[in-house]
Design a protein around this ligand. Sequence first.
Ligand SMILES: NC(=O)c1ccc[n+]([C@@H]2O[C@H](COP(=O)([O-])OP(=O)(O)OC[C@H]3O[C@@H](n4cnc5c(N)ncnc54)[C@H](O)[C@@H]3O)[C@@H](O)[C@H]2O)c1
Length: 440
Amino acid sequence: MKLCVVGPGYVGLVTAACFAEMGNEVVCVGREEDPIDNLNQGIIHIYEPGLEELVKRNLKDGRLYFTDDLVAGVKNALIIFLAVGTPPKEDGSCDLSAIYQVAEQIANIINSYRIVAIKSTVPVGTSEKIAQIISQGLKKRGLNINFDVVSNPEFLKEGDAVNDFMKPDRVIIGTENVRTAEIMKELYAPFARTRDKLIVMDQRSAEMTKYAANCMLATKISFINEIANLCEHLGTDVSLVRKGIGADHRIGYHFIYPGVGFGGSCFPKDLSAMIHLGETNGWNPILLKAVKEVNDRQKKRLAEKIVQYFQKKDGVKGKKIAIWGLSFKPNTNDMREAPSIDIISRLLLEGAMVEAFDPVAIPEAKKIFGDRIKYAPNAYAALEGAHALALVTEWNQFRHPDFDRMAEIMTEKVIFDGRNLYEMQELKRKGFIYFGIGRS
Ligand SMILES: NC(=O)c1ccc[n+]([C@@H]2O[C@H](COP(=O)([O-])OP(=O)(O)OC[C@H]3O[C@@H](n4cnc5c(N)ncnc54)[C@H](O)[C@@H]3O)[C@@H](O)[C@H]2O)c1
C-alpha cells in the first residue's frame, strides 16, 4: 500500500520504517526543524535499538522516503497516519494544535478518497473533531470527497519499539466503517498472524483504550512504589513482597518493580490528560489523581534520601554525587519527564556537585543542565572522588559493576540504588552503605 506518516518522531519513525519493511511504500513527512536530510541518509536523531538498520535498508530499497513537503507525502497515499506530538498543557490537557493544523492542511490538499489514521495519543472525541476539520476544509474548497478518520492508537514502548510494532499484543482499529476496517486489517495482517489481535471498535472507545492502558500501567507502578514506602516504614523488604505477590497470576510480575517513579513522554502526560478529561466531563477520577500524587512524591524520594543521609553528617553541600543513568528508562535517549531531572535538580539546589554518566542520553541532558553538571565518559569515571552513587536508570551495563574497583575510586562507599539492582548483603559485605527502594 502507499502510505504517508506525518511526524518523524519516536512513534512516526518506527511506524514508517516498520510499514516499509513489510513492503509498503511510505513517505514520512516532518517539519522544517526535523532533520530530513539526515533521515534520508539513514542518520537517526533518536536512539532506538534496531531502528537505524531498518530505516537504512528501506531507504536503500526505495520503499521509504522523508520530506518536509506534506503535499508530496499525501499525493499518492491511501492512508495518512498522524503521529505528531500531543504534549501536555499547563492544565494537564493535551495540546492538539499540531494535529489540528495537519488536519487543516490535509483538507487543503486531498482530491480523492483517503483514510486518515490517528496514531498520536488524543483525548476521546478528537477523531470526530478531525473529521469535522477535514469536512469543513473540503467544503470551503467546494469539494465533495469521501474520507474516513480512524483512531489507531500506538502501544509501542521506547527502547523496544521496533519489536513492539512488529509483534504487537493487539492493534486497535477505531472505526465503524466496515470497508475502512477491512483496509486497515489488510495493512496490519503481516504484523498479526492471529487475526484476533486486530480489534475493531468505535473511534471513541479506541481513543479511550489507549489512555486506559497507560493509566493502568502507571497505576501498577504507583501501587508498588506505595507498597515499597510502606515496607520502608514497617521494616520489610519489597523485593520479597514483590516475588510473593507476582506469583499470583491475577497480579503477575510485569510492571511491579519499585523505583524512582515513572517518567517519559507518555505516562505522566496521559495520566494528566485522563484526569483532565474526567474533571471536564463530570467525573472526579480520585484513583488516577492518587496515582499521579504517589508518582510526584516518588520522583523526589531518592534525592530526599541522599540529602537526609548527608544531613546526618556535614551536609550534602560540596559533596560529589555520581549519577548512573539519565534517560527515563534504559535503551532510549529520551529524557522527557525523566526522574533523573528531579533528582539532579534537587541535588544542585542543595549545593551538591553532580557528575553523570548515561550510555546515550548525555546530549539530551546537556540541553537541560548545560554546564551545571559534569558528564563522565564512562560509568567509572563518574565515580572518581564521589561521596555517593545514585543509580537512576537500570541500563544493563550497570547491573554487574566491579564493586572492588568502585570502592577504590569513590571517596565514600555509599550507594543509593533507585532500581533495587544490587544485592544488599553483598554490598554490605564489601563495606558499602546501601540504600534501596522499599528495603529496610
Ligand atoms: N513515544 C512513545 O513511546 C509513544 C508511544 C505511543 C504513543 N505515543 C504518542 O504518539 C505521539 C507522538 O509521540 P512521539 O514520542 O513520537 O513524539 P515526538 O515529539 O518524538 O515526535 C513528533 C514529531 O512530529 C513532528 N511534527 C510536529 N508537528 C508537525 C507537523 N505539523 N508536520 C509534520 N511533522 C510535525 C515533530 O517535528 C516530531 O518529529 C504522541 O501523541 C504520543 O503521546 C508516543
